[in-house]
Design a protein around this ligand. Structure first.
Ligand code: CO8
Length: 256
C-alpha cells in the first residue's frame, strides 16, 4: 500500500511512524486509520523490529480527530468511527513490541488518546496536552475517558476532560501523562536513544514484560503474580536468558 499520510522509517531494529498531515495539524481521518491498520498488519508478524516510535510532522503530534470530517456525521457513522479508532488504538496498545510516543507538539483530543495508547510518552518541552472535546459539545471517543484515568488517576482525568484545559508538557509530566521531557531539537535523538536501549535488552524479556504489565493490571494481584511467575519461568528455557546471566557472571556484554 502506498501511504499518503504515514511516513515509515526503519533502521537498527527501530520503526518510526510519522503522521504527516501538517496543514491540519495531523488531524486523524478515515484515511489515516486505513493506513495505520495496514501498517500494523505489516508490523505485527515481523520479529526484526523491536520498538515502534510514533511522532507527528510539524508543530503538532496530532491535534485531534478531523473536526471538519466529523461535523456532518450521523449518530450511526460516529459510533462506527469511534469504534474503529478504539479498535485500532487497542491493537496498538496490544502490539507485542513497546511503542513510544515522541510528542513533538499538540497532542489534543484524539491525539492525546493516540499518545495514551502508546506504552509511554516522551515529550518536547513545547508540547501541549488536553482533551478539549467538551468545548465542542463532544466527549473523547477513542477510549480517552478510560485511559486518562488509568494513566493519571481519576481526579486528573475528570479535571482535564471537564475543564477542556490544554496543559503544558511540564504539567503533563507532573501528573504522569508524560514520562520524560526533552528540548524540542533533541526530542527524536533522545527517543531514539531510549528505543535503542530497549532494543538492546532481551528480545523475549522485553515483550513479555510489556504483556504482563498490561494484562496484569486488569487482574487480581495474586492472579497477576502467578502470570508473572509463569512467564518468568518460561524464560529459563530460552538460550537468550542463559546467555544474559552467563554474560553478567563473566563480566561481559551478552551476545544475542
Ligand atoms: N481537525 C481538523 N482540522 C484541524 C484540527 C482538527 N482537530 N486542528 C487544527 N486543524 C486545522 C485548522 O482548522 C487550521 O486549518 P486552516 O489553516 O485551513 O484554517 C490548521 O489546522 C491550523 O490550525 P490553527 O490555525 O488553528 O493553528 P493554531 O496554532 O492557531 O492553533 C490549535 C492550534 C490550538 C491546536 C487549534 O488548531 C485547535 O484548537 N485545534 C482543535 C483541537 C481540538 O479541539 N481537538 C479535538 C478534536 S475532537 C477529537 O479529537 C475527538 C476524538 C474522538 C473522536 C471519536 C470518533 C467519533
Amino acid at each position: 500500500m502506498e501511504y499518503k499520510i504515514l511516513k515509515i522509517f526503519i533502521a537498527d531494529r527501530i520503526a518510526t511512524m510519522t503522521i504527516s498531515r501538517p496543514a491540519v495539524l495531523n488531524a486523524l481521518n478515515p484515511e489515516f486509520f486505513k493506513e495505520f491498520n495496514h501498517f500494523l498488519d505489516d508490523l505485527e508478524p515481523r520479529d526484526d523490529i523491536r520498538v515502534l516510535i510514533i511522532t507527528g510532522e510539524g508543530k503538532a503530534f496530532v491535534a485531534g480527530a478531523d473536526i471538519a470530517g466529523m461535523s456532518d456525521m450521523t449518530e450511526e457513522q460516529s459510533f462506527d468511527f469511534s469504534r474503529e479508532g478504539q479498535d485500532i488504538f487497542l491493537r496498538l496498545e496490544n502490539l507485542r513490541i513497546p511503542v513510544i510516543a515522541a510528542v513533538n507538539g499538540y497532542a489534543l483530543g484524539g491525539g492525546c488518546e493516540l499518545a495514551m495508547a502508546c506504552d509511554f510518552r516522551i515529550a518536547s518541552r513545547l508540547a501541549k496536552f488536553g482533551q478539549p472535546e467538551i468545548s465542542l459539545g463532544l466527549i473523547p471517543g477513542y477510549a480517552g475517558t478510560q485511559r486518562l484515568s488509568r494513566i493519571t488517576g481519576i481526579g486528573n482525568a475528570l479535571y482535564l476532560i471537564l475543564t477542556a484545559e490544554t496543559i503544558s508538557a511540564e504539567d503533563a509530566l507532573r501528573i504522569g501523562l508524560v514520562q520524560k521531557l526533552c528540548e524540542p531539537e533533541t526530542l527524536m535523538e533522545e527517543v531514539m536513544k531510549l528505543a535503542s536501549k530497549i532494543a538492546s535488552n532481551g528480545s523475549q524479556a522485553v515483550p513479555v514484560s510489556k504483556k504482563i504489565i498490561r494484562e496484569g493490571i486488569a487482574l487480581p494481584f495474586e492472579e497477576a503474580s502467578i502470570l508473572e511467575a509463569n512467564e518468568f519461568s518460561k524464560l529459563f528455557s530460552q538460550p537468550e536468558t542463559k546467555e544474559g546471566m552467563k554474560a553478567f557472571m563473566e563480566k561481559r556484554k551478552p551476545v544475542w
